[in-house]
Design a protein around this ligand. Structure first.
Ligand SMILES: Nc1nc2c(ncn2[C@@H]2O[C@H](COP(=O)(O)OP(=O)(O)OP(=O)(O)O)[C@@H](O)[C@H]2O)c(=O)[nH]1
Ligand SMILES: [Mg+2]
Ligand SMILES: [Zn+2]
Length: 378
């Protein structure tokens, strides 16, 4: 099936009285619930932002896809499009919007959480990935593509967003000893939530239904080919997302999914599928990095000197941990690298914003002068 079928469940609810519809079996689950606000992820956090708004006169809608020229929205009335124009604030999949009686944009509600990264390539910007999440599945396959440092990057981003991460290890069926991977993850965080699945098998993925429960929004992130879309299909119980095989030589994916989209599961949860990330740079993510590396942050508090640079053993708890083998060099380097990277990217983004502001001030002044001149001449 293609992306255009994504709203089969929702469309089906509108024709739910027609039990002959070939969507009837899909709709059976959705009929009573899919159209309710709470089923779309609404909660008291958003409700409290409506104090000045007459609820009977507005539509509350959620962004389910971001296209080049319009946002696709869903509300208790069904799906609709909102054309993108310069007056709209930046929005992303998962955002909640208020529309007026004419279905025009009124405002975007404050986000409960926002997941973003530095835009890929040479662009100096933050790229919004998804908003208002309850969980993020960091998907990784149990094969040669497994990479601890990459998972640490994802963890830093998710922690910065204030969302709880779950590492989902796929391709369990192809791996003789998945414990090897689990042990590596456990080594640095004994409390990390880790699930192992065969993403192709719905019995196996059922363990994830407890996260994707009614009204809860889960984003799936991870490299191309790890099985994000396969997982989405299994949790939906139908093939809504296109998937394709990985390269044999290095187990890398083929960047099959190209846009972010939100889907409704049988268990009542909302899943956001995302394209595999080629590059994952952090910006303004200090809290997220420190949270992810709290073992090193804790160690550093035991160093003899407050401003210890952790370079020399005497009095340095970090160096002692390296020597005794309780901390490995890769992890320390990964921590230091991510701290530097987020500070550097954060500074260039701030600089660009400041530059942008002074440019637009200059532009306004030129326009004002031109208007004044015109008035004087007339
Ligand atoms: N055997 C097995 N194959 C899997 C599993 N998960 C995914 N696959 C296969 O891996 C390939 C890639 O899966 P996709 O779901 O397309 O991967 P993706 O993460 O969505 O990739 P992008 O859309 O490119 O980011 C497909 O051939 C899947 O059938 C699994 O748990 N076991
Ligand atoms: Mg995909
Ligand atoms: Zn130290």
């Amino acid at each position: 099936m293609t992306k255009s079928n994504r709203f089969a469940v929702i469309r089906a609810t509108k024709t739910s009285t027609n039990t002959n519809s070939n969507l009837a079996s899909v709709a059976a689950h959705a009929v009573t619930e899919t159209l309710s606000l709470s089923q779309l992820g609404w909660n008291s956090y958003f409700q409290t932002q409506l104090v000045d708004i007459d609820i009977d006169k507005v539509t509350l809608a959620r962004v389910v896809a971001h296209h080049r020229q319009y946002y696709e929205l869903i509300s208790p009335c069904g799906t609709q499009q909102l054309a993108i124009h310069t007056q709209l604030p930046s929005m992303t999949v998962g955002d909640w919007l208020v529309l007026d009686a004419q279905q025009q944009f009124v405002k975007r509600l404050e986000r409960q959480s926002l997941f973003s990264r530095k835009a890929p390539g040479s662009k100096v910007d933050q790229q919004l990935i998804a908003a208002n999440l309850d969980w993020v599945f960091i998907v990784s396959s149990a094969n040669q593509d497994f990479n601890l440092s990459r998972i640490e990057r994802y963890l830093a981003l998710v922690n910065e967003a204030g969302v709880t991460p779950v590492v989902v290890m796929t391709k369990q069926d192809l791996c003789d000893d998945i414990e090897i991977y689990i042990k590596q993850l456990r080594q640095f965080n004994a409390h990390l939530l880790i699930e192992t699945v065969n993403a192709l098998d719905t019995d196996s993925t059922a363990v994830l239904n407890r996260y994707a429960e009614k009204g809860k929004t889960v984003a799936l992130i991870g490299s191309s080919g790890v099985g994000k879309s396969t997982l989405v299909n299994s949790l939906l119980g139908q093939q809504q997302q296109v998937t394709s095989g990985i390269r044999e030589e290095d187990a890398k994916g083929r960047h099959t999914t190209t846009g972010r989209s939100l889907h409704f599961t049988y268990a009542g949860g909302l899943l956001i599928d995302t394209p595999g990330m080629r590059e994952l740079q952090l910006a303004d993510c200090e809290e997220g990095v420190k949270h992810t590396f709290s073992d090193i942050v804790d160690l550093a508090t035991q160093c003899r000197f407050v401003d210890c640079q952790h370079l020399q053993a005497p009095g340095c708890a970090v160096q002692q941990a390296l020597e005794s083998g309780t901390l490995d060099m890769r992890r320390l380097q990964s921590y230091q690298k991510l701290l530097r990277e987020q500070a550097l990217n954060g500074a260039s983004i701030a600089q660009k914003r400041a530059h942008g502001k002074s440019l637009s001030k200059l532009y306004r002044r030129v326009q004002d002068d031109a208007r004044l001149n015109k008035r004087l001449m007339s």
